[in-house]
Each structure stands twice: as C-alpha cells, then as structure tokens.
Design a protein around this ligand. Structure first.
Ligand code: UD1
Ligand code: UDP
Length: 383
C-alpha cells in the first residue's frame, strides 16, 4: 500500500477532493491521509460533513481577516512537521488557492512528489483571478503529475513545455461530486428559500467573492442586483453570502432590505446544488459554479472579464459579462424578457466531466507510484 496525502483548505477544494478521497478509500493499492489546512472554517466543515470526511490532521490556520502573506507563512511553517510525521508517498493538492500553492512548495522542499488536481487552468492574466492564476502556476512548477480536467487544460500545460508524460486528462471531480449529490433528497433549511421554491417564483441565484471584484466592482454588482430586483418583482434573488466580511460589508447593505431578495448564510453543498437546479439564471464570479450550473442547463452570467474555464462559454451556456452595472442589468433583463436568448443559453452541457474523474485520478496516481496503470483519458462526448 502507498500512502497518498490529500491536502486542502477551502470550500471548493473540499468539494473537489471529496470524490477522490472516497475513491482512494476504495483502492487496493493506495490509502488516503486527509489533511486540512483549515484556511476556511465553517464553509469547509459544511462540505466535510456532507461527504462524511473527517481530516486525519487539521492545521487550523484559520484566522478571521488574515492577509495572504500571513496565511501563507502559517501554512509553510506548520506543514513540514505533518509531512514528516505521516511520510506520504505523494501529496495531492487541488486547484488554485493559497493552500494549494503553499502546500505544493512545502512538499517540494520536503521532497514529496506533488500531484496537482485540476491542473492547467489559465486565464492568461497573472492579476486575474487574483491570486489564483499565480497560485496554480506556482503549484504547477513543482508538480510531478498534472491531472488536467479537460484537453484545453492539458494543451495549456503542453504550451508551457511541461513533460507530456506527466499530464493526464481526467475530467473534473466537481462533476463526480455533483452527480453523487444531485441524486439525494434535499430540503432547504432556510424557510424563506423553501417557501420561495415551493411557490414556483423564478429564482436568480447570486454568488460573489472574487478578490479582484472587491471595492468598486462589488458595489456595481450590488447596485445592479437592486435595480433588477425592483424591475422584476415577481422574481426572487437568492444570495448565499460568502463568509468573507469584505464581501458581506460591500453587498448586503445594497440589497438586504428588498422584499424579493433573500440574503442567507452559505448554503450546505447539497442545498446549493439544488438551488442551482431550481434557479432560472445564475449570476456568479465563482469558478466552481461555472462548472456546475451548466450541467443543469442553467444560463450562467459570469461577473468577470475573463475566465480560465472557457469550455462552457464555447458551448454557449456561460457568458462573461464583467461588473458594469448597466451591462449586468441589460444581460439579465434580456434573459428574462427574450425567450429565444434564454432558450439558446439553457442547453445542458457537460464539458467538465462525466462523473468518473476520480477513478482516472486514482489510476494515474497509482501509475506514478508504480503500483498500477493509467486508464483511458476523459473525452467530451459528442452527444
Ligand atoms: C478563498 C480562496 C479563493 C477561493 C475561495 C472560495 C485564496 C487566496 N482565496 O478566498 O481562491 O475561490 O476561497 O470560497 O486562497 N471566512 C470565514 N469563514 C470561512 C471562510 C472565510 O469567516 O469559512 C472569512 C474570514 O474572515 C477569512 C476571510 O473570509 O479571513 C477570507 O477567506 P480567505 O480564505 O482568505 O479568502 P477567500 O476570499 O475566502
Ligand atoms: N457552494 C456551496 N454553498 C454556497 C455557495 C457555493 O456549497 O452557498 C459550493 C458550490 O456548489 C461549489 C463551490 O461551493 O462547489 C464553489 O465555491 P466558491 O464559489 O466559494 O469558490 P470558487 O469555486 O470560486 O473557487
């Protein structure tokens, strides 16, 4: 048996490593060791609970409002002892957060092979998303095995001259998690959302947290949502507010008093999945939501100027609209008022995965460690 440590720290990482941890538990040749940095707290624990995952070790680096440098320093300081204690044969990190970049560097210094899950995403702009574009590039530099979710992600890595033998296209484990979750019955704990869902009123789901949207852009998003809620009183806007106080302080005062806007705590993952399925339109700057909502054929308007996830944009379900208030109001209004536009954007597409990514990842890690063979790579089916 080889020991594979999975290190993660935030909500989206927790969602995307969960299917891999479950697949590692089922493996005959690999055993997972689960380590949380605790970069997030409530939002991470919510996801762990849903997937039945309890970390073997928690660095608990969470501190409200800490700077990126402080957070980075704490992870780099605390992780080496954990690596030495468990002596893993390889470490998996996922995505592009500060946890990922710092864990990858710590592993490199401790000479433990790094496996990068969701490797190769690129916006092409080092400042946006900030700091994620830099984080994933940093992790890539010290990675032994790049698990690229799509062929476009693989191509990005090959353009940067990474060894093709070290890159495997697996599909994104976000779809494994989504499929497993979408099958389960869900009830909204927030009575306002439960009542709104039962009433059949059209729902607009809003999430925002990106650091490059802090300040003016987030005020524009809030102002636009206010105008939309007033213009379409039959619609309900649901805003599960990210725990980040910077986000809350910017947006909630702008929309929190409207009768058809529900501001709530972050939804438990299965409730959020259900909310995506129920909503008419998704407005977001999230990375993961851009991958999930297209599965349900929900038009996704992305509150950013670029994306490292071009596949669903090409498929037509996702549109980049930036953060200009007039543009947001115009784009959402068009979707509400023009059935042809809505129809065009609401075809269900699955360019990010087929629900079997974690098994491809386990096979590729086993091959890296000399105890198994890779399986066929993920390809988007034509249908
Ligand atoms: C982080 C990631 C970002 C990812 C996002 C997903 C970095 C630099 N950023 O952004 O890539 O897209 O998570 O949500 O890695 N907080 C809580 N409870 C929580 C989580 C956060 O109170 O469970 C508050 C704390 O005050 C914390 C702040 O939010 O300091 C910011 O959290 P942080 O992880 O630094 O950055 P995010 O903006 O959440
Ligand atoms: N999510 C959730 N509850 C919420 C909002 C989002 O469980 O209230 C999930 C969502 O389904 C997705 C992930 O969180 O899997 C996305 O996380 P986030 O938007 O915080 O980060 P990003 O993907 O932008 O890095």
């Amino acid at each position: 048996m080889k020991n594979v440590m999975v290190i993660y720290g935030t909500r989206p990482e927790a969602v995307k490593v969960a299917p891999l941890i479950r697949a590692l538990r089922e493996s005959d040749v690999l055993t997972p060791i689960v380590v949380s940095t605790g970069q997030h707290r409530e939002m991470l624990d919510q996801v762990n609970r849903w997937f039945g995952i309890e970390p073997d070790h928690d660095l608990d680096v969470f501190k409200a409002g800490q700077s990126l440098t402080e957070l980075s320093a704490r992870i780099l300081t605390d992780l080496p002892a954990v690596l030495q204690r468990y002596a893993p044969d390889a470490v998996v990190v996922q995505g592009d957060t500060t946890t990922v970049a710092m864990a990858a560097i710590a592993c490199f210094y401790e000479q433990v092979p790094v496996v990068h899950l969701e490797a190769g995403l690129r916006s092409g702009d080092i400042t946006s998303p900030f700091p994620e574009e830099a984080n994933r590039r940093l992790a890539g530099q010290v990675t032994a095995l790049h698990l690229a979710p799509t062929s476009a992600a693989r191509d990005n890595l090959l353009r940067e001259n990474f060894d093709p033998a070290a890159v495997v296209v697996t599909g994104n484990t976000v779809i494994d998690a989504l499929q497993w979750t979408a099958d389960q019955p869900v009830r909204f704990q927030d009575e306002r959302i439960a009542a709104s869902a039962a009433s059949g009123r059209p729902m607009i789901l809003l999430t925002t947290h990106r650091r490059e949207n802090w300040g003016e852009p987030m005020l524009h998003i809030g102002a636009a949502v206010r105008r939309l809620a007033e213009r379409f009183p039959d619609h309900v806007v649901v805003f599960p507010a990210h725990k980040n106080p910077t986000v809350r302080e910017a947006i909630i005062p702008l929309i929190g008093d409207l009768p058809n806007v529900i501001v709530c705590e972050p939804l438990d993952y299965p409730e959020f999945v259900h909310a995506q399925r129920l909503s008419r339109i998704v407005l977001t700057d999230s990375g993961g939501v851009q991958e999930e909502a297209p599965s349900f054929g929900r038009p996704v308007l992305v509150l950013r100027d670029n994306t490292e996830r071009p596949e669903a944009v090409t498929a037509g379900t996702v549109k980049l609209i930036g953060t200009d208030a007039d543009r947001i109001v115009a784009e959402v209004s068009q979707l509400i008022e023009d059935p042809a536009t809505y129809e065009r954007m609401s075809q269900a597409v699955n360019p990010y995965g087929d629900g079997h990514a974690s098994h491809r990842c386990v096979a590729a890690i086993a091959a890296l460690l000399g105890v198994g063979e890779r399986v066929a790579e993920f390809e988007v089916s034509a249908g």
